[in-house]
Design a protein around this ligand. Sequence first.
Ligand SMILES: *Cc1c(COP(=O)(O)O)cnc(C)c1O
Length: 359
Amino acid sequence: MSRVYNFGAGPAAIPTDILLQAKEELLDWDDLGMSVMEVSHRSPHYMKMMQQAEQDLRELMSIPDDYSVLFLAGPARAQFSAIPLNLLGDKTTADYIDTGIWSRMAIEEAQRYCKVNVAADAQEFNYFDIPERSTWQLNPDAAYVYYTDNETISGVEFPEAPVVGDVPLVADMTSSILSRPMDVTKFGLIFAGSQKNMGCAGLTVIIVRNDLLGKAMPTTPTVFDYKFQAEKQSLFYTPTTIACYMAGLMFQWLKQQGGLKAMEEINAIKAKKLYDFIDASSFYSNPVNPTVRSRMNIPFILADSEQDKAFLDGAHKAGMSALKGHRLVGGMRASIYNAMPMSGVDRLVEYMAEFERGV
Ligand SMILES: *Cc1c(COP(=O)(O)O)cnc(C)c1O
């Protein structure tokens, strides 16, 4: 059996080296004669692993000391409620930038807790562009400004973090975290689910500036209370131990690859190869404004959608899987997170050219 090139958007590909290490350690982790999944999360072994994971993440992202890092169980989507429940404080309104399906879902959830001001709305561009910063209607009295760094479904990514003034900036980085260096000091809070660029599903990492802690509503569930979780070092409840372990391995792997600057360069080359090929072809197309195209998720459509099935079948035979686009937008989507090697992108481009010649 051989491994395929997995272009899935999430759960997504994991570097083979990491899977081999996990396999190796499955029966006997840290000389304990058992797997990490069977060890108490309060044991020194587990706590040491988590301290190392946090330290590696802090190093990779240059996270300053006045930020807490939380490793919480559950979906990224839980933060759509946890964010207003923690950050509103005595404010009643928050600004949201609507750039796609993920920000839209965050808005709908936040509306249960506060007045949402949609400061910019990309629906008029069918979510294929980001409204000019100068047109945003930010409210100086908002508790925070929320945006989605990379819209995984339509393939739209902010080239860099937006400048929003003194109001804390909150970012959903589920599909872009660790893909390039980010200046954490520009953010009040960053969160990301683990299943795209940090290993397997089950964990959400939250990086939050300490002055934003302690403003949770009295009704905020304890397990969602960032300050409480920071004080408990994310060990209040049983963590998703296997996901934390996998994320820790990812962080070590990234350091071996040369860190985020190196990843940024490789990821830029991977994305450019695909976009250049798509743009040069009259058979494939990508509708996103080139200045805001995602470096992680590249949707494309075939000139003749009747060919979709044949394209996917052929891709599968050529060793590539999960290229089918999101059900809401159709077509194809190639997700090329850190774990996708250059050879996977080369194989895809080669296959696309061959398929086009054949139709
Ligand atoms: C996948 C994704 C989510 C949702 O992740 P869950 O863990 O399934 O809740 C949220 N935001 C973005 C940008 C995503 O890509």
